[in-house]
Design a protein around this ligand. Sequence first.
Ligand code: ACO
Length: 333
Amino acid sequence: MNASGAKIAITGCGSFTPTQVITNDDLGRLVDTSDEWIRTRTGISHRHLASPDTSLSDISAQAAQEAIAMAGLTPKDIDLIILATSTPDDLFGSAAKVQQLLGAYNAVAFDLTAACSGFVFALITAAQFIRTGVYQRVVVIGADILSRWIDWSDRNTCVLFGDGAGAVVCQANLHEDRLLGFDMYSDGRQHHSLNLSYGGQEKTLKDEITISQGTYHPITMNGREVYRFAVAKVPEVIERALFHANISRDDIDWLILHQANQRIMCAVAQRLKIPSEKVIANLEEYGNTSAASIPIALDEAVRDGKIKTGDVIASSGFGAGLTWGAVIFRWGI
Ligand code: ACO
């Protein structure tokens, strides 16, 4: 979808990944797995993991700071901060803490939760505020520290995830509209496929008044179901976003998918007939960093000089919910 209104450009990006790295061989010493299994089934060989003294707010602010600097702005220029995360430091939200760390006191900040679709959903949300003329300079952050919510004895999930943060700056643009199209979906009927759920125990406060108290339990996932869903729905949502953008798949310069599994990325690219040279992938180094994976991959490709101003990027996030979405944009101003 694309509506008339203020024009939009994505003018800066940044990312942060922790320095601690765990390899496939390291995981082979924790659970019954092997480097060969993990590489061939997922394409992952390392993940960067946040240390105990690192907060989600810290890594988010670091990524945002870089993005703001690349856009040629200062934190005080920012009107809105949207933090896409499923792993806030505080269940009440971490975006306002990020605002404080940045010193972005003219902004309003809030969290948005949509698992691995979070960055794409947040970017689309930011675009609506710019389109309507309400805000002009928005920071969108995707950040997650899933290592805190993984069962490190479950080989089905512990080999997949890493930690990190990525951010972009979206701005109202006088000249050209560079956010070309998008589309987004959710299907709660498949909610059971991927969860990080609350589970509590009954506690009686007084006669006939019982509540639940507990915590969240580590990630559970039906990998095969999620795999099938991703391969079916991601090409479809990218096609729809291309339709709204009124361009064809041949116009795509770069495909940046949520970095969940190399086989999913290859299958999606094949279905869309996009050559592998146009697929940006970094999950070998970082694993699946959830909401952070797309902006980290974007940031690396921009800073490497791979993505150039004006290039058309098709990006798609997908994950728990289940949720999925795509956005098509031209990089830069
Ligand atoms: N090492 C060795 N063996 C393993 C491991 C492991 N780490 N994990 C699972 N296995 C075993 C299974 O137990 C199973 O054994 P069995 O046949 O004896 O039961 C066998 O390997 C095959 O398991 P499958 O689940 O069929 O393996 P598959 O080829 O589907 O790969 C994977 C699993 C990598 C999880 C894949 O299904 C996948 O990537 N799914 C998508 C995950 C995803 O995209 N998540 C994104 C969203 S994340 C978010 O929103 C937070």
